[in-house]
Design a protein around this ligand. Structure first.
Ligand code: AGP
Length: 603
């Protein structure tokens, strides 16, 4: 995924476009570039690396401009290089554009353009768009963009400038996010509205297959046939503080510490104490005869789906399948009648999850999106959405979104369970445990210095196992993913019962094991696993409930006691801190790890 920014108005367009771009660097940071009209000339500057490198390079130019577009890239086609950095120009060098998405038919179009005598300067799919616009241009930029994008297959959000049109920026979208912030005689453009909230909270979201002409006076939105469309200006529910690190060294640490609050926010308005159930006014479940469910997700969200599946099956006796979305698309999507589909995605823009959902949504009885971003693509594709209300998650490694997903999924499972015969008393007991989570999360966070001490002893290792059973298996997967992502350590999350079927061959004094043991049902079996690890001189970090004994472990992190179904939330806060402290000791780039982007909007 990439980040787009733009500005047109009466202020310093370059400074504002760069500032908006910096607020989206989590979307990709391989290279960055900017275009502006300076003294009537269309100028561009590109740099490999982060936005800061581009900013420094631009400061030397001392350009003055009131119109600009900019881009930060996560490389898909073509490695990170100056030639592949956006913006890309057309053959006349009078048109420049930036793009987020992936053009699936770019090779066909490239051949066609080459046959017209166009020569290409990059390996990107994006350059096909800029060259197409250049070929279609006959004096009207909006019409040229409309003609060009009508040839494109795939996903795109583009911002286009032309030297002959110094007072307008043309936008076009298809399945990639783009929004416009409205100011006083100035307009702001971004992939993510949180990036311009410091300038305005009035936002217009472009939906898929829309075009727009943006001038300093405002914006006109059109359908693909250039018929005008009315759009409402919405008010962003964000403050500038939501998107700043505050006193924290990293967004990730800020977001780990926000979990006491975000876990509380996740359950607001969803608890029905009297009935021992949950409320989801945004869902229309009562008329449904749900007989099974399929959960679609990727990465951390997939791990949340695994926890939800265990809970839903245990509490409702409904069969649940959890599918890795990127794999599901190669499965025959066999959907039985009365199947509920739940798509989990923090960003709401993950291409694999969206593709899997689109394969199912017309065959299922109801589709629900569990998402953290209002107006994201996912929220427009499902029958109903439930929002995490976790606030913007900017650290590439997901933390507070995961624990908020688990809170909402447990409440959802509780609601279904109560509809399917669970007693009020049992429901009230579960609800009380859910409502006790914020304080328990706080207790785990208070263990940071203890976890820092443990991290010092283990930051030297290059390989880890994370083991767990039942509810702790997804927690093990999630803990391992965090260490992989931000500390670049080979950490394998595994079902502890699987170790004896081969992986135990890797147990060695130089390959420590993090044992996620907050599952009472499987605790005796986990103890046996620890014996097997210890017998082979493996070091052990145990994460276990207070009051439990675990002599075999070299280090222990005690967690407040909670029912098994909710234990992944508390265990994960501990594994987030462990990964963060190890990555800090290793001096890693925690908020923007190499090769990653916050949301993968390409397949
Ligand atoms: C999590 O730390 C990763 N950044 C990644 O696995 C992420 O969870 C995955 O890409 C899914 O993203 P989504 O929740 O926005 O769909």
């Amino acid at each position: 995924m990439c980040g787009i920014s733009g500005y047109i108005g009466h202020r310093d367009a370059i400074d504002i476009a760069i500032t908006i771009l910096q607020g989206q660097e989590y979307r990709g940071y391989d290279s960055a570039g900017l275009a502006a009209i300076v003294d009537g000339k269309l100028c561009k500057k590109k740099e490999v690396g982060k936005v800061a490198v581009l900013k420094e390079s631009l400061e030397l130019e001392k350009w003055q401009s009131q119109i600009s577009i900019a881009h930060t890239r996560w490389a898909t086609h073509g490695k990170p290089s100056l030639a592949n950095a956006h913006p890309h120009h057309d053959h006349t060098h009078q048109c420049l554009l930036v793009h987020n998405g992936i053009i699936e038919n770019y090779e066909v179009l490239q051949k066609e353009l080459i046959s017209l005598g166009i020569s290409f300067n990059s390996q990107t799919d994006t350059e096909v768009i800029s060259q197409l616009v250049g070929v279609c241009y006959q004096g009207n930029l909006l019409e040229a963009v409309q003609k060009a994008v009508s040839r494109l297959e795939g996903a795109f959000a583009i911002a286009v400038m032309h030297a002959a049109h110094p007072d307008e920026i043309i936008l076009a979208t298809k399945e990639s996010p783009l929004c416009v912030g409205r100011g006083q005689q100035e307009m702001f453009i971004a992939s993510d509205p949180g990036a311009f909230v410091r300038y305005t909270r009035g936002v217009v979201y472009l939906h898929s297959c829309e075009l727009a002409r943006v001038t300093k006076q405002g914006l006109e939105v059109f359908c693909t046939q250039l018929k005008p469309k009315q759009k409402t200006i919405q008010t962003l529910g964000l403050e500038a503080s939501d998107v700043s690190k505050g006193q924290y060294p990293h967004y990730m640490l800020k977001e780990i510490y926000e979990q006491e609050r975000s876990v509380k926010h996740a359950m607001l308005s969803h608890c029905d104490d009297a009935q021992g159930s949950a409320l989801f006014e945004e869902l229309d479940l009562d008329h449904l005869n749900i007989e099974r469910s399929i959960i679609l997700a990727c990465g951390t969200s997939y791990h949340a789906g695994l926890v939800a599946a265990q809970m839903l099956e245990e509490w409702t006796r409904l069969p649940v399948r959890v599918e890795v979305a990127s794999e599901f698309r190669y499965r025959p999507s066999i959907v039985e009648p009365n199947t509920l589909v739940i798509a989990i995605s923090q960003s709401g823009e993950t291409a694999d999850t969206l593709a899997a959902l689109r394969a199912l949504k017309h065959k299922c009885c109801y589709s629900i999106g569990l998402c953290n971003v209002q107006n994201s693509t996912l929220t427009r594709e499902v029958d109903a959405s439930v929002f995490l209300r976790a606030g913007p998650e900017i650290g590439v490694a997901s933390t507070k979104a995961f624990t908020s997903q688990l809170v909402l999924l447990s409440l959802f499972a509780l609601k279904l369970a109560r509809l399917r015969g669970m007693s009020v008393q049992e429901g009230q007991s579960i609800l009380r445990d859910i409502q006790g989570l914020p304080e328990q999360v706080k207790q785990v966070l208070l263990q940071r210095s203890h976890i820092q001490d443990i991290a010092k002893r283990y930051a030297c290792y290059h390989n880890f196992f994370y083991l767990g059973r039942r509810y702790m298996f997804p927690a093990a997967l999630e803990g391992a993913l965090k260490l992989k992502e931000i500390a670049y350590i080979n950490a394998n999350g595994y079902a502890a019962g699987e170790m004896k079927h081969g992986p135990i061959a890797l147990i060695h004094p130089d390959c420590p094991t993090v044992a996620c043991m907050q599952d009472l049902v499987t605790l005796p079996k986990m103890m046996s696993n620890l014996s097997e690890v210890k017998a082979r001189d493996g070091k052990i970090i145990a994460i276990i409930s207070e009051g439990m004994k675990v002599e075999l472990a070299d280090d222990v992190i005690y967690i407040p006691q909670v029912r098994d179904e909710l234990a992944p939330i508390l265990t994960t806060v501990a594994t987030q801190l462990l990964a963060y402290e190890i990555a800090s000791l290793k001096g890693c780039e925690i908020d923007q790890p190499r090769n990653l982007a916050k949301s993968v909007t390409v397949e």
